[in-house]
Design a protein around this ligand. Structure first.
Ligand code: PMP
Length: 443
């Protein structure tokens, strides 16, 4: 019996009781290799002593002090750490407790920025289909996942959506990557012109699409063109790096690989690595100056912003990543994992695409590789793979298969940055068995 409203109330879950590096251990003593970092969260595994000690030390000193009375050392230091490494122009940080809150914060900062400039008529966000930005109402409104939106559609903000940059399905066979990137970026410009640029606040996109499509990076040049379009029409670019940021792609900020800087950038998940709930919204100096020079303050706030213990955990996560040179390991093990996946699934009849960046990789499953026809969503293939993987002692993050035939089921892999060759082999071995077992089940 349970008194919790679980995610899937009808399925009993194992009871997690301990962590050991990249493994989670349940009450029966079973070990699960965390090949997805939960949902791309646990980038340092589940027993990182320096982070645990830093949190304990902060609890001994000062667990929390409300930010309307005080600032605190860990939040000041973590902000400095992030800004010193952030893409050009991002100069301030607003700390929250997770990804949805970070995105709500970005949307409201963007709106208040234009309010301060006297541009009250700006009200639209443009975002992308097949995206995920969180489950609070503003974040859900910019999200483009039909299944998650459906029930709440009547109470969402009026947001407009354009195509994602999803080459596996969107690029025509006779089209170059460059031409494809230009074509989808130009959908944004057409939408801005249709709405009237003076009514648009900003464009919201995941730098690498996570939960809804499964680790899909844009083609080279797409984001540079998006940046140009936003600048040409005076609208803000908001990048959601809640899943893809904080080192997951091998860069601290995923947009470093795109050669652009957004006006607002959100991160969470890997920022606290699961040791504490924390998210952040980074903002440009221009937005900060306009708001502080206007109303004087941001009309927003949560009880736990700048939480001292959460920030102390986040700071030690960042220091550990640098001390142990873990971004280099992300690049190294990411390349090894990708090669092993290619080896195992490259000729698999039902794996249509293997993609991603760093330790953020995805497999897309299709019924037919030639036509890229997805499996019938009613089959719930991704849920079957997840169940089979758990039976093998492997956590992977499945999704897709519910997007009205616009994409196949996928498996998202986002293992901790601390994995080595043995875990790479274990992931591919167990995942291979789980995928084949799920496919062999009667439809
Ligand atoms: N944005 C992205 C890209 C995400 O992947 C997620 C979480 N899956 C969120 C926002 C929401 O974050 P949270 O669940 O911490 O609110």
């Amino acid at each position: 019996m349970t008194a919790i409203l679980h995610r899937q109330p009808k399925n009993a879950l194992p009871l997690a009781v301990a962590g050991d590096g990249p493994y989670v251990i349940d009450s029966e003593g079973r070990r699960y290799l965390d090949a997805s970092g939960g949902a791309a969260v646990s980038c340092l595994g589940h027993s990182c002593r320096p982070v645990i000690e830093a949190i304990k030390a902060q609890l001994d000193r000062l667990p929390y002090a409300h930010t309307s009375f005080f600032t605190n050392e860990p939040s000041e230091q973590l902000a400095e750490h992030l800004i010193a490494r952030a893409p050009a122009g991002l100069e301030k940080v607003y700390f929250v407790s997770g990804g949805s809150e970070a995105n709500e914060t970005a949307l409201k900062l963007a709106r208040q920025y234009f309010y301060e400039k006297g541009e009250m008529q700006r009200r639209y966000f443009i975002a992308r289909h097949q995206s995920y930005h969180g489950n609070t109402l503003g974040a859900l409104s910019v999200g483009g996942n039909p299944g998650r939106r459906a029930i709440f559609e009547p109470i969402l903000l009026d947001t407009r959506h354009v195509s994602p940059c999803y080459a596996y399905r969107g690029k025509r066979p006779d089209e170059s990557e460059e031409a494809y990137g230009r074509r989808v970026a130009d959908e944004l410009e057409a939408k801005i012109l249709e709405l009237g640029a003076e009514t648009v606040i900003g464009f919201v996109a995941e730098t690498v699409v996570g939960a809804t499509l499964g680790a899909v990076p844009a083609v080279p040049g797409y984001f540079r063109r998006v940046r140009e379009i936003c600048d040409r029409h005076g609208i803000l670019l908001i990048l959601d790096e809640v899943m893809s940021g904080m080192g997951r792609t091998g860069r601290l900020f995923a947009c470093e690989d795109e050669g652009i800087a957004p006006d607002l950038l959100t991160c969470a998940k890997g920022l606290g690595a699961g040791y504490q709930p924390i998210g952040a919204c980074l903002l440009s100096g221009r937005i900060y100056d306009t708001i502080v020079g206007g109303s004087g303050f941001f009309h927003h706030g949560f009880t736990y912003i700048g939480h001292a213990t959460a920030c102390a955990g986040g700071l030690e996560v960042q220091r550990t990543i640098e001390r142990e040179d873990l971004l280099a390991n992300v690049a190294r093990q990411g390349a090894a994992l990708r090669a092993a996946l290619e080896e195992r699934f490259g000729n698999h009849n039902h794996v249509g695409d293997i993609r991603g960046r760093g330790l953020f990789l995805g497999l897309e499953l299709v019924e037919d590789r030639g036509s890229k026809r997805p499996f019938d969503p009613a089959r719930r293939l991704n849920a079957r793979i997840k169940r089979r993987a758990m039976a093998e002692g492997l956590m992977c993050y499945p999704g897709g298969g519910t997007v009205d035939g616009l994409a196949g089921d996928h498996v998202l892999l986002a293992p901790p940055f601390i994995i080595g060759e043995p875990q790479v082999a274990e992931i591919v071995d167990k995942l291979g068995r789980a995928v084949d077992a799920a496919l062999a089940e009667p439809a």
